[in-house]
Design a protein around this ligand. Sequence first.
Ligand code: HEM
Length: 449
Amino acid sequence: MRGDGTTPPQIPGPPAEGDGAAAVAAAGGLHNYQLRLHAEYGPVVRFPLPGADVAVSVADPVLLEATAKIDKRPERLFEFLAPLQESGNLQTLPAGEHGPWRRVLLSVLAGRPSHEAHFARLSALATELAGQWAERAAQGAVALQKDLSALSLRMICEYALGSGLESPESAGRVVSAFEEVLTAYLTRADTPDAERERRARAEEALAYLRASVDRVLAAHRERGAAERADRSDLIAALAAAGESTARIRDTVLMTMLAAHHTTGVAISWTLYLLARHPEAAERVTGELDRVLGDRPAPGYGDLKKLTYLDMVLRETMRLYPPGPYGAREATEDLMLGEYRVPAGTTIFYPFWAVHLNPDHWPDPHVFDPERFTPEASAGRPRLAYIPFGLGPRSCEGAALAMVEAQLVLAVLLKRFRFELAPGQTVTPVERFVLWAADDIHMNLTPREP
Ligand code: HEM
């Protein structure tokens, strides 16, 4: 009941038909479905979400504030990740366990000293890819998502396991084992025999990954307390905080999973939008030439001077958020404007639809990096732009992702001019992250002799 004695109105939404999968498919995917629902029913919509019975979607950044402290994700929606973890599903850990774990991750992943400590190695990896592309460019187009996701995986592997791996070859083996695990866990084989083989391969690769983390951890323990306190080292920080060996193994795997396709597609979509907006591309390269001069790669301190590149990256993640959705479970009754949402309700976060809300983003489908000048940003509600989610379950890797993406973009755009290979159709699809269905193929020409 409201204070004035009237009952809060029912949250509007479509009639429930089945588990909602057919309606999503008919709309051409969850994002289109969300856009349609919010256009028809307003900023708060009740709808049948496959895997969650009924969920409430919130596309208004001011109303989202009422949910921003929730520290719980709905278990059913994330249980597909459980088989990858030994110490409990990290995506749905109870708040009391999640809080201390998050603080350790942030102390390493969000810390400037840690970014600086790893920067030279990350830069070397980006430069290595640029070198490979320079050799390959003459033979035809390069596939951005494939190569940039692989680069992001190498980078996070370096960050999480880094100096602990004996050799670059073992880093390569960790990367390929991880890819094996992912392919095997997130796809299904056609026949029972192929399915058994797929499972066996996945388990072998997973065992190899876990053993690699164990080796790195054992080496840390041998080296003693001084190094264990190193604030730039994820495994050392987790061990120093008293996390169990199984939890450390799970964290490394989960970090690799959360970090690589997301960062890879963020960079790919940015290059795609720049290829479609040559005037913005020219402004970026002008800025790079001014800040870097003849140097092929930025130093860590240069990144904050690349302000236009930063605006372009942010605008890209508004139009193509790599992680387009999130979810929470209400832990107590809450009010979303005039609607009452009971405890236990699944709250769906349509990050992508929030980024296209015309009340806060005029001409929302137009690419315009100027939206991210300090003046333009100042007038906008805090949660109008949420590519890394919100609240106590938001992305712990956000700061690192920005550093990696800016670094890679700077190295590639300083070196090459990018042109979309003719004859392709670039179609966004929601598959765990926001992909281009058939990758994005680009012809490269060197900018400098
Ligand atoms: C452009 C790149 C990235 C994007 C767009 C992105 C986006 C996201 C989003 C939307 C979430 C869910 C947030 C929520 O539910 O509110 C998330 C979670 C997470 N991300 Fe990222 N991410 C990126 C890169 C990274 C990197 C580089 C790392 C690690 C080094 C990382 C680690 C994580 C972790 C551990 C979580 C789970 C958070 C939790 O449950 O506490 N992400 N990310």
